[in-house]
Design a protein around this ligand. Structure first.
Ligand code: ATP
Ligand code: MG
Length: 316
């Protein structure tokens, strides 16, 4: 199938579940894009180009490097990495989606081919008049940031006796954080999602299968994917719903915000995540607390392992 806006190949059509194997191939696409971005960032660092914030790299135009590519091997690798990344993340003008060009608030003006269905902190979500698919436009924020993630701080004894070891504070994210969030949705077997590209203004465009929304007050705590590990409050607190730890390919992530507004039912009745807030788990901060380090080690082997060691009978 071809996406009606970008002409790219797509497997998403309204709310229709794509066939078996498609989830794995979508996940593979997300991983490939992240790997290409890592290669590009690494090459940029080697020639002294800053990578934080990462908006300039994300929007890099191929021809910006054509003259320098011949300078030496490092610049040649940078040019190759930039071109490889761009094949995984094309530039897609907003006008392709029916939004006005060069407008201060193009999404606010609306599009004859996309109907707004939701506006969150990170993205504006629209439904296509063609087939009902969902298109999400993540707007750039100040200082080259976009979307959201978490920053972590360790508490100290002055914070009181019942303090958690760590606090998670939601903050603005990088473009890499946004790609990681979208990949995590797939890793949790969430709603099938494609990244269509980035607009020259830095708006990231994603496409998602249409799901059925849940009543806002639904208590989803017992319905969340079982790979999500509840975090004991003595270790980490976040002023967010459902703070969880999850291991993806052995790497620990902190995930929150999987509340009723960020879950939908797919056409087969299965609950699926459409959105979440995430960050790499702060392993080095956690390692400073012996109990937390021990807990992390145990749940990495068995997600159901609780707060304390199971006592052996002969220790009782
Ligand atoms: N795949 C989908 N199917 C049905 N409705 C959706 C889908 N994706 C998004 N929506 C609707 O659009 C809203 C906003 O989308 P999303 O949560 O992805 O954006 P957000 O800006 O990250 O939101 P927030 O900051 O409020 O969590 C959702 O709460 C939901 O009502
Ligand atoms: Mg949301």
């Amino acid at each position: 199938m071809q996406d009606p806006f970008t002409g790219q190949a797509t497997v998403l059509y309204g709310g229709r579940q794509p066939g078996p194997g498609v989830q794995a191939s979508l996940q593979h696409d997300h991983q490939r894009r992240l790997e290409a971005f890592t290669r590009f960032r690494t090459a940029a660092q080697k020639v002294g180009i800053g990578t934080d914030p990462d908006d300039d790299l994300f929007l890099w135009e191929d021809d910006q490097l054509s003259l320098l590519a011949g300078a030496d091997a490092l610049w040649a690798e940078l040019a190759a990495a930039a071109a490889a990344f761009r094949t995984t993340l094309p530039l897609v003008p907003l006008e392709w989606f029916g939004f006005p060009a060069d407008h201060e608030d193009p999404m606010g003006e609306g599009s004859p081919r996309l109907h707004r269905i939701g506006s969150g902190v990170e993205a504006s979500a629209f439904q296509s008049v063609h087939d009902g698919s969902i298109y999400k436009f993540y707007l750039p924020r100040e200082e080259g940031r976009i979307g959201g993630t978490f920053a972590f701080v360790a508490t100290c004894s002055a914070d009181g006796l019942d303090r958690p070891a760590l606090h998670a504070e939601a903050c603005l994210g990088s473009y890499q954080d946004l790609l990681e969030k979208l990949a995590l949705i797939l890793a949790l077997d969430g709603m099938p999602t494609e990244v269509l590209g980035v607009t020259p203004e830095g708006v990231v465009v994603a496409k998602q299968l249409l799901g059925e929304r849940l009543p806002e007050s639904t208590d989803v705590s017992s319905l969340l994917p079982t790979v999500l590990i509840p975090i004991p409050a003595r270790f980490l607190r976040a002023h967010r719903d459902h703070p969880r730890l999850v291991f993806v390919a052995g790497k620990p992530w902190f995930i929150a915000d999987t509340h009723a507004k960020n879950l939908v039912r797919d056409s087969e009745g299965q609950l699926r995540v459409i959105d979440l807030l995430a960050s790499a788990f702060p392993t080095s901060l956690a390692d400073a607390d012996p109990l937390m380090r021990d807990w992390l080690n145990r749940v990495s082997i068995d997600p159901k392992a609780g707060l304390l060691h199971e006592a052996n009978d002969d220790e009782l």
